[in-house]
Each structure stands twice: as C-alpha cells, then as structure tokens.
Design a protein around this ligand. Structure first.
Ligand SMILES: [Mg+2]
Length: 238
C-alpha cells in the first residue's frame, strides 16, 4: 500500500501521446483504494490547470519538470512557484535572446502557458546540428535543460522532479519510502536516482541505455507499456 502514487504523464500515463481508457482505469483503481495520484510532468502550468479542472480525483499536479505545483483548494485552483521571481525574469529575458538567435525555431505552443520553464517540440529539432547549436547556447548562458518524450525543456535555477516531490511530501508529512513513482524518460532520472520505489514502464527500454540512474523496478513486455504497466503494477501492489 502506498500513501501517494507519483507518476510522470507523457509515455507513462499516455500511450503514443494519446490519453486512453487505461488512464481512466488507473484513476478508478486509485480512487477505490483511496490512494492519491500526483502527476509529475514536464507539461506546463496551464496543463496542470487543465488536469485539475477535468479530473476531479486529482488535487495536485507537479508541472514544468518540478518548477511549480498546481493545486485545487475548494473551488479555487492555486499555484506554488518553486523558483524565485528573479529566475522567472531571467528566463523571460533569455527567451527574447533565443528568438533573435534562432528565429526559425519556435518555442512550443504551450510555452505561452509556462512560467518556470519553456519548451521546444522535439519534432522541430530533427536536425542534429541545430539541436547541438541550441544546446551549446543554453550551456553558454547557464540555462538548464532536459528532454522529455516530446520536448526539450529549459529553465533557470534549481528545478527537478525530485526536488518538487520532496517539497510536496514534506508539506503532506509523507516519506519517500511510503510512496511510488512511475516514469519512462530522461527527465525522470532525479526520481529514479533518489526514490526507493521507482518503476519504469516497459517503453523505458528505448532510452534505458542513456539513463545514468535507472528505476529500481523495470517492467518489460508489450502488456506493460505506458499506462498498462502502471495499472498492472498497481493491481499487484495495492
Ligand atoms: Mg515521460
């Protein structure tokens, strides 16, 4: 039994970028077991708002790779920003320079709904030379970055999924060993590194060799891909 189930979103609770019926099976299983689900995603603050307003079972979503927490407080949706106002401004200034340097590389459309990070769609970065020039520019300007299943995300300050989850667990008075985390990608590594109960769904096999820190449990087989893996594991352990 876990006190909180933390899970990445893209590729872990979705399949091929689609939100399908298995996601709803995961929600109803956890609702029946009275176990909260906290999605920990690289998606934007506005995505967090969407998830909370459309899925009443969810009360908190950690977004922007750990940059902010969006919560439901009664009728209201509130946000807690985990970086400083100066870092928010520095990132905005960097984006102005980025657009001047790479005028043909758009920020992701959902960057409009982002506060603590910005993103570029990976499908806009199929040119490896462009990708390396952008990485070089980010490094020169001391801007942190990571890739998810869909985005190259970048931000200022110390932001990680684990740091935000740690902050959240402290607020709730819950210990890491009482919780579990599901993930599938490079931006889940801080959780794999520090979380005792971490589970990689089967599609993690595509990037497993690139992970410096691997999950403690790695699911395998076609029936454990993405949300199916989450559901199967929870059915066995809850
Ligand atoms: Mg993912």
């Amino acid at each position: 039994m876990f006190k909180i189930v933390f899970s990445d979103f893209d590729g872990t609770l979705t399949y091929k970028e689609g939100l399908g019926p298995i996601f709803f099976d995961v929600l109803s299983l956890l609702e029946n077991k009275k176990t909260p689900l906290v999605i920990v995603t690289g998606r934007s603050l506005s995505w967090g708002h969407f998830l909370l307003t459309h899925f009443p079972f969810l009360t908190d979503v950690i977004v922007e790779g750990g940059g902010a927490i969006v919560s439901r407080n009664g009728k209201f949706i509130t946000e807690e920003c985990l970086i400083s106002p100066l870092e928010v401004l520095t990132l905005a200034d960097f984006c102005t320079d980025f657009k001047l340097k790479f005028p043909t590389t758009p920020l992701s459309v959902d960057s409009f709904g982002r506060k603590t990070d910005r993103a570029i769609e990976l499908h806009d970065l199929t040119d490896g030379i462009l990708f390396s020039h952008i990485e070089q520019f980010l490094i020169e300007r001391k801007i942190n970055f990571s890739t998810s299943n869909v985005h190259l995300n970048f931000w200022c300050g110390e932001v990680s999924k684990y740091k935000a989850v740690q902050h959240y667990m402290k607020q709730k008075g819950v210990k890491a060993e009482e919780c579990v985390f599901f993930g599938d990608s490079l931006n889940d590594q801080t959780m794999f590194k520090s979380f005792k109960n971490s589970v990689g769904v089967a599609n993690i096999s595509t990037i497993i060799d690139r992970l410096e820190f691997k999950p403690t449990t790695i699911l395998t087989g076609d029936d454990n891909v993405g949300p199916w893996g989450v559901l199967n594991y929870l059915k066995k352990t809850l």
